[in-house]
Write a protein that binds this ligand. Structure first.
Ligand SMILES: Cc1cc2nc3c(=O)[nH]c(=O)nc-3n(C[C@H](O)[C@H](O)[C@H](O)COP(=O)(O)OP(=O)(O)OC[C@H]3O[C@@H](n4cnc5c(N)ncnc54)[C@H](O)[C@@H]3O)c2cc1C
Length: 491
């Protein structure tokens, strides 16, 4: 009887079945914190080969871990340490299959890099608006499977809102061709929407038909300073009303975050001096010419100055200045946090109107238990998504902070929940947040998720142990916190 490895080699060619040191790069997560083992890493060339791999693995009852660019931050693409699973890399499925400018759609295979898709759209005179710090290495399949967000969700939505159709290999190794370029299709259950965000646990996405948008002709970037978070939230509301659909980004940065950049990345120009509690990097995209965008900008920001909402503002006068402002947010901030010794990260969302209360309550709860720790808060205020990172006290060792990691997560996530938020806004669940779900989701919701998983993947071979655990029944576990309720007994 031939082994699975022999059958995979026969199906894909020996050079596309990696074992030993050749496989090592696929078995560790983005931060190098999670390390798994695998029977093999396979690199199919097309959808038919993906389906064949799934059928072979199924016949051997072997779990499959789909992997795109491996930039996910929740360990979803990393196998466990049993060494039983096959990692299925989509990296060779990179073809743009079609661009239809009359329908404003682009059909692309799952392993194409996000940056390549943005480029292909641009060459066709269109915009594919998903925009992430990892766009040079993450894939469209990974973006779909995590329902990725990024800096332009405020205007264009997250990945679920940018896709019209999917091609998926099911747990049985069948190919579902749902590559429909339709904006209206009410013919039953929305399977596409179930696969999006399912982190490889329901099926393997092999291609997608994506929505394209008009390419904006002018962009206006500015950094604004606010005396308090309530003013920043009030200005967001004024900006939405004043700019309408032209407002494409509203990125918040706390003074602590800007201070870290000033200290650790001194070569990064700061258009406004540190020292004001909050900053926002905003962007307008317009099709009506530079003068129009500038005039609108000055009218809305001018009114906000008069209303006392905005404390200071710097407008980018050139493409270089705009790029430098974005580097502040995209590159310098990440580097500054690393050079500061790292911190405990949270990717959360809260209704925008409750963000000021959330920030005050969470900071107070952290100070009460861990005096001196510093929240380094930034994120996509425009869609309520905060990256709420907790750094060590200036005079406290980093190791002491990390020794308290679970307790700090608990304080932040309980506060998120108490303010009606979500403990994962855009990075997903993977293995890192899996065991937190029963505390923050109701047993009914978890049971429905389990039933879906059982219906789509009855043998439990697709990315097992990600999003949902293998065993624990949510109906038997301790009752979850009611939504919006703080739980004193657990803190
Ligand atoms: C510097 C940096 C910045 C980032 N910024 C953002 C941001 O702004 N917003 C954001 O949302 N995320 C961000 N991320 C996280 C990450 O880039 C995204 O989650 C991205 O969508 C993952 O894509 P990937 O191809 O790397 O997927 P992977 O990491 O390979 O996989 C992620 C999950 O999807 C599954 N998967 C991958 N491909 C498929 C497929 N074809 N079919 C089925 N399942 C599949 C995997 O099993 C895994 O569960 C950032 C990461 C980094 C390192």
């Amino acid at each position: 009887m031939t082994t699975l490895i022999e059958q995979l080699r026969a199906a894909l060619g020996s050079d596309q079945v990696l074992i030993g040191t050749e496989a090592a790069g696929y078995l560790t997560d983005q931060h190098g914190r999670l390390k798994g083992r695998a029977l093999a890493v396979v690199r199919p060339a097309d959808t038919a080969q993906v389906a064949e791999v799934v059928r072979l693995c199924r016949a051997h009852l072997t779990p499959i871990v789909p992997q795109g660019g491996n930039t996910g931050l929740m360990g979803g693409a990393t196998p466990d340490d049993s060494g039983q699973a096959v990692v299925l890399s989509l990296a060779r499925l990179t073809r743009v299959r079609a661009i239809d400018t009359d329908n404003d759609t682009l059909t692309v295979e799952a392993g194409a890099l996000l940056a390549q898709v943005q480029q292909a759209a641009r060459e066709a005179g269109r915009l594919f608006p998903l925009s992430l710090g990892s766009q040079g290495s993450c894939t469209i399949g990974g973006n779909l499977s995590t329902n990725a967000g990024g800096t332009q969700v405020l205007r264009y939505g997250n990945m679920r809102e940018l896709v019209l159709g999917l091609e998926v290999v099911t747990a049985e190794g069948d190919i579902w061709n749902g590559l429909r370029g339709l904006r209206k299709d009410n013919t039953g259950y929305a399977l596409r929407d179930l696969y999006v965000g399912s982190e490889g646990t329901l099926g393997i996405i092999t291609a997608a038909t994506l929505k394209l948008h008009p390419l904006p002709q002018t962009q206006q970037t500015a950094l604004l300073a606010f005396g308090c978070i309530r003013n920043a939230v009030a200005f967001l509301s004024a900006a939405r009303a004043g700019f309408g659909a032209s407002l494409t980004a509203f990125e918040l940065l706390s003074d602590t975050a800007v201070g870290l950049i000033a200290r650790h990345v001194p070569q990064q120009p700061l258009p406004l001096a540190p020292g004001t509690p909050w900053y926002a990097l905003i962007e307008l995209s317009d099709n009506e010419g530079d003068d129009h965008a500038r005039q609108r900008f000055e009218a809305v920001v001018g009114q906000a100055f008069e209303d006392g909402l905005v404390h200071d503002a710097a407008i980018a006068e050139s493409l270089q200045q705009s790029q430098s402002m974005w580097r502040l947010r995209d590159e310098a901030l990440g580097l500054a946090q690393k050079r500061d010794g790292g911190n405990i990260k949270h990717d959360v969302s809260v209704p925008i109107s409750r963000i000021p209360d959330f920030l005050e309550a969470t900071a107070a709860a952290l100070q009460a238990q861990f005096p001196g720790v510093r929240p380094v808060t930034f994120g996509h205020l425009g869609d309520g998504n905060l990256h709420y990172n907790v750094s060590h006290a200036p005079d406290g060792p980093v190791a002491t902070l990390f020794a308290q990691e679970d307790a700090i997560h608990r304080i932040v996530h309980d506060s998120v929940h108490a303010h009606g938020g979500s403990i994962s806004a855009e990075h997903g669940v993977g293995q890192s947040k899996r065991d937190l779900l029963p505390r923050y989701k109701s047993a009914v919701e978890l049971e429905l998720m389990r039933r879906l998983k059982a219906a789509f993947d009855p043998l439990g071979l697709l990315n097992p142990g990600k999003v949902l655990s293998h065993t624990a029944s949510p109906l038997l576990s301790a009752p979850a916190l009611p939504a919006g309720a703080a739980d004193e007994s657990l803190s």
